[in-house]
Design a protein around this ligand. Sequence first.
Ligand SMILES: [Zn+2]
Length: 457
Amino acid sequence: MSDDEEGTIEFIVDSLEANALDDAEDLEFDAETAELLSEGDEDEIGGIDDHDESEDPVAEALKPGAPLFILHKGAQHSGILPAVAADITGRYRGALHVGVAASLPRTSPAALKRFFDSMTSAAPIRFADPEAFARPDSLGQAIAAQRGDKPLVGRSGAHWSYFGDPQPGGYSDTWVQDVLDAQRSMGASVLLTPGLWADPTNMQASLASARQQAIWARSALAPGEHLAVNMTLTPPWLTNVTLRHKLLDEILDMNESVFYIRVRWPLMPQPYGQLLDPALLDGYVELANVFEENDKVLILPNTGLTGWISLAWGTHGYSTGIGAGERSFADTRVIRMKRTNPRPAPTNRTFVGEVLHVTDVTTAGQLEQLGPGPCKCRFCARQRQLPQWDKALAGAHYLRQAADLTAGVSTHSRGRRTAARQIVRTASSQVALASAQVPLTATNDPKHLPIWAPLLR
Ligand SMILES: [Zn+2]
């Protein structure tokens, strides 16, 4: 949210819903202010840690096998993530690997270091995402244009020279090394290549550049360091057959086995919703299948439950978080309103595991009465003791449920696809059963369930 001189207020949201203001803060809240506010709120719930060092937990987590579940830090509410990581790690050892990711350029060095320090024992797999796609010479200007000309990376970007320095002679080996050094300095345990946007109108050159940067990065690694190839794509790379096959050929031809791929989604139809674009989903299915068949590892940052369902297609890992911007990497838009108008009351929302969807809290309560009763997780137990809605606890509950779902497909005796199909089928039945008493409409409607079902056959 920001004020301008004409007396209007701007909100940036990533959904088509007009009244999505409660979600706006996640995209717009100033990162440095948030850091000041959140100082000292770690250990709100008191994490436990009984991590047991295997030979190299990072190498284990980057191999085909148990999926990698990544908690993605946002600008707000990150103080609760150590408690979430400890809860999940203790519960699901062997069924999944827990990782953590945070934006490098959108965080100050001190805050990022503090955050990683708080996560070290519970989450040995740490990504400090360089987000080079947000540079002005990559996707930065297009993203800023969707945010009322406010760049994604604000003041904190000045801490990172690789992010702000122009590269007039083109990206070089030295620049790639700077990108790696920035991540090392924060304690990242998986290093990422820069992740510049691959321009689909310049297919050959953009893929060649991504490959060159991966080669430079690989040759700059010290013994024992881990690398993932970071790519930022726009939808044509997955929806256009020529581009998709060219991309897949390139990935298969590269010596690298771990890829961290982000695709810019269209504006979300629902706040905290899932990707509903069938062509893009088909592209993900093929991408994930090809990775699995070739023993390569695909990680999909910022994909929420869409990342979860893609585990059934062959994806190895995904990230999600408390804010909308951590659950999806989607186009945004600006909502303007007169300052003098009363602000609409925020809608509190929460994840309802039985229907695999985020609904408003009133509806969630009604569904709870029909279903198996209140959630038994420690975060919901705490929420029920509080007089006011606590968004951090609601976010922690969502992350715990996402981890439950991830472990659920990982440990199923008949494999991930069967497990996911059963879970989705049960959720669809629950929606149908509830419909007479609690009809799920508009933003409460889990529109992704009928779209997912045929993709799980
Ligand atoms: Zn809960």
